[in-house]
Design a protein around this ligand. Sequence first.
Ligand SMILES: Nc1ncnc2c1ncn2[C@@H]1O[C@H](COP(=O)(O)OP(=O)(O)OP(=O)(O)O)[C@@H](O)[C@H]1O
Ligand code: SF4
Ligand SMILES: [Mg+2]
Length: 357
Amino acid sequence: MSQEIILQGVILSEVRYDISSENKSSTSEILAVEDLKKYYPVRRGVADLLRRSKKVQVKAIDGVSFTVNEGRVYGLVGESGSGKTTTGYTIMGLENPTSGTISFQGKTLSAKEHKHAGLSLKLRMIFQNPYETFDPRKTLWQTFSEILQVAGLGSRPERRQMSLDALSRAGLRPAASYIDRFPSELSGGQLQRAAIATALVVEPVLLIADEPVSMLDASIRAGVMNLLLNLNRQKKMAILLITHDLSVAWYLCDYLIVMYLGRIAEKGPAEQVLQNPRHPYTAALISASPMVDKAKWNFVAKGEVDSNIDLPKGCRFHPRCPFATDICREQEPAPEVAGDGWSYWCHHPLSVQKLKN
Ligand SMILES: Nc1ncnc2c1ncn2[C@@H]1O[C@H](COP(=O)(O)OP(=O)(O)OP(=O)(O)O)[C@@H](O)[C@H]1O
Ligand code: SF4
Ligand SMILES: [Mg+2]
């Protein structure tokens, strides 16, 4: 991945992420998600429309397993509705899983432990909607002060200074003109930067960042990504980066987890997955990315994402897959190993050759 990458209009040369030899060495596992499922009941009106009497469910996540190691950046990618945000919410304890387990730093988390403040500081989330990070009745300073107090960090003046520094690093300058504002007094993009600052101020062990730059102006995106990467490199903060933008993942992530309709289609080291995807859905995502040379990558998935209420039988990608055969329509693919830490779920995996011809 040595070429210049343009992220939503910004050349990311300054954000180049060279995995150092230190980073390449193995690190310890901090999060393990095992067979996680989150089903939501469908509201009555919708169920009636679908002419079902009872037990209609949205399978937002449907058996997802992955691990996160200290200091690594993981990209959770997939189209809208694939279950990325639900996975983040469930890890954070904001949604109770239907089944499956989540272990953080070696301990399986119960619903009660999830709410424990100490844990929530080690495990933080930047929400896709930044309004979720803030209580509308509190100024930014009140929110920051509370976070720092819970973390047991600093005297009041020190907390104020730490908050100002974090806001400034997140691009809200001069920070003094923002810190005493209420959330409603900031634009969506400014509030997203303030949300990022709440993560910067406590430096969690794992940051789940849900589309952290999608609401930001092009001029500030690269800087904010740089900030997150500096935290990752200097403080060994692991990041689970949720994004539908593969150019972000291409540039920043060590590992990729590709989701489709609530399941993992492929996961593995980012460079290998992106250069030689095994799952047709991964290839379709790569092809759809603006950074890709269309002469080399021209692979289009047919149609639209199916509903995760009426899931297709067999491989759930089969209605859109040009390689689908009878077995794909009947049998869910089992996991196959493509390499070290690299798995895919497909009956007819791609090779680079198949993709380019
Ligand atoms: N509270 C809920 N009740 C019912 N269905 C839900 C709920 N939350 C999410 N869903 C459904 O679960 C599926 C996965 O949603 P999720 O928000 O996790 O997707 P996503 O991958 O984050 O999509 P996007 O890229 O649009 O943010 C969607 O079909 C969504 O409509
Ligand atoms: S299992 Fe079949 S339908 Fe599914 S992605 Fe692979 S080739 Fe396509
Ligand atoms: Mg989402």
